[in-house]
Design a protein around this ligand. Structure first.
Ligand SMILES: Nc1ncnc2c1ncn2[C@@H]1O[C@H](COP(=O)(O)OP(=O)(O)OP(=O)(O)O)[C@@H](O)[C@H]1O
Ligand SMILES: [Mg+2]
Length: 255
């Protein structure tokens, strides 16, 4: 579904990404973890077209996207959520999602005075999936944190995305909210959407991910199923600078 091949991104003399290769299969939840500054967000910047890769190829369903503009990539079916929730705060929940379903779809960029019916239908469907249907008339600024997250998911889904990139979606949520979000990501994935998720909170990774990749200094170091990866001594080394022997060590690293 999504493949990065030898993706490199340099900023001046710094290689934020250095030969990153991995594939995500259709329908998977794929997690990307690694210490601060490992290059995780930069990887999303290159995939989503925000900061094009210096070299390497990125394919979305066999189409090379590494030189495409972000809006084009979105229209091809890849939507990205940023770590911070953003919205048109003085607009209704429904209008926010309509923007995604109108401009994020194929042929959706023409300026229109009226929203086409297919955009309205897609927005309502996304609101339903994200449990916001009954809140569609509220203003975005009236939403509590977890519903604002749901709004980001709904806006992304309304673009008709087949792949969602999530950058630390669980950051800043309390335990109850995390459980709600785990349910939502499962539900979205259950509709056939492939999920690629950067996450520091390992409970969420373990609950959701089919496979995961550990990045360190811009390089992929371990890839596999969560249980295998999290017990790999190289992963402990990256997080702690030593092998861990106790559960407290693992907890301290968020693992
Ligand atoms: N636009 C930029 N210009 C210059 N350097 C950048 C830019 N974006 C990222 N970097 C550098 O690239 C490296 C990787 O940063 P990145 O934000 O991708 O890390 P990360 O893994 O997402 O970290 P975190 O867990 O803190 O979010 C860092 O050294 C960062 O300073
Ligand atoms: Mg980051």
């Amino acid at each position: 579904m999504l493949r990065c091949n030898e993706v490199t991104k340099t900023y001046g003399g710094l290689a934020a990404l250095d030969g990153v290769t991995f594939s995500v299969e259709r329908g998977e939840v794929f997690a990307i973890v690694g210490p601060n500054g490992a290059g995780k967000t930069t990887l999303f910047d290159t995939i989503s077209g925000l900061a094009p890769a210096t070299s390497g190829t990125i394919t979305l369903e066999d189409v090379e996207i590494q030189r495409m503009a972000p809006n084009r990539i979105c229209q091809l079916g890849l939507a990205r959520l940023f770590q911070t929730s953003v919205s048109f705060s003085s607009q209704s929940v429904f209008t926010n999602v309509l923007v995604g379903s109108t401009f994020g779809r194929e042929r959706g960029t023409r300026f229109r005075l009226r929203y086409p019916q297919e955009s309205i239908d897609a927005a309502l469907e996304a609101l339903e999936v994200c449990d916001l249907y009954s809140k569609q008339e509220l203003l975005a600024k009236q939403l509590p944190v977890i519903d604002l997250k749901r709004l980001m998911f709904a806006s992304a889904l309304a673009t008709g995305a087949s792949v969602l990139l999530l950058d630390e979606p669980f950051a800043g949520l309390n335990r109850e909210e995390r459980d709600e979000l785990i349910e939502l990501v499962r539900k979205i994935n259950g509709t056939g959407v492939t999920v690629v998720m950067i996450e520091h909170i390992m409970k969420a990774v373990q609950a959701l991910a089919d496979r995961m990749l550990v990045l360190h200094h811009g390089q992929p170091i371990v890839e596999g199923r969560p249980a295998e990866v999290l017990s790999d001594p190289r992963v402990a080394e990256v997080y702690l600078g030593k092998s861990w022997s106790t559960k407290e060590d693992a907890d301290a690293a968020g693992l």
